[in-house]
Design a protein around this ligand. Sequence first.
Ligand code: ATP
Length: 298
Amino acid sequence: MLDLTQVGNYRADLLLTIDNLGVEYKLDGQVLRLRKRIEMIDIDALQLSLVQRGLKTTCQYRLETKSTNLDVIALFDQKAITSVATCEKQTHGKGRRGNHWVSPFGQNIYCTVGILKSIKPANLGLLSIVTGLAISKALDNFGYKAVKLKWPNDLYHQGKKLGGILIESRPVKDDEYFLAIGFGINVDMSNEALAAIEPAATCLNLMGSKLLTRNQILLETVSQVLKDIAAFSDKSISQLVRAFDEIDAFKGMSVKVLSSGKTITGINAGIAQTGQLQLETEQGMMLFSAADISLRHA
Ligand code: ATP
């Protein structure tokens, strides 16, 4: 609640700024009330908690940014090797192949972790699964049960999309990459905002009681992603494939694969050790790489 008589000549500027950010409010005479309480991200607390967990990072927070993936890449250019960028709103939130990630102000988590990683190029595609499993584990530890993964990069709950992952990589030297590991998790969106997203979307606050605040969710997911990406090696692939199999949102289902204008239907037979999708078709088993296709219910 804000008494606008207190801001004098800045009234119009203030209202314009709030409008531009997309914050919902109503005016009762000279009193401005937010439609919903917003818990702002506390970046200093995040940085401190990460240090206390042995995860030293450069943390950056903006009210509004184009994309947190771009922010982390800019931080790397300024020599920040391990970093976290987060914000209240993304104006150009990125999905795969130029898709847009809906990122309204103050309602969700928009975050990118920047990290250097030694990894074979053939295994880079597995990292979105490592990240998805890390986020699902962090949420599960705090009561958000049954978060599943849709290959290769989406978080699902009861058939609806809860979040997405977008990893961008930059080669640094042989078998070493700088990774911008971006993820968005819907936390507290209005039914109206969710209904505007296709395919159907959901958010954590529709999954039961409010167990964690946005700051806590950020801390737990960032910590787990940093740890699990650092720990991933060629030797952990079989274990990763088994773990994915347990929470594969489309496992055993009749699905269609959309690939450069073609649609191929079959049964989703999980992922291979390469991270490729296995599709059981009438012509036999087919393998697909993440970059080439979209997966949908048949
Ligand atoms: P595809 O399978 O076609 O590659 P995808 O399901 O992997 O797509 P992404 O590119 O990862 O999708 O994410 C972008 C898509 O996610 C958008 O096209 C839209 O359908 C959906 N989307 C965008 N914002 C949100 C959000 N906040 N919550 C849930 N879904 C969203």
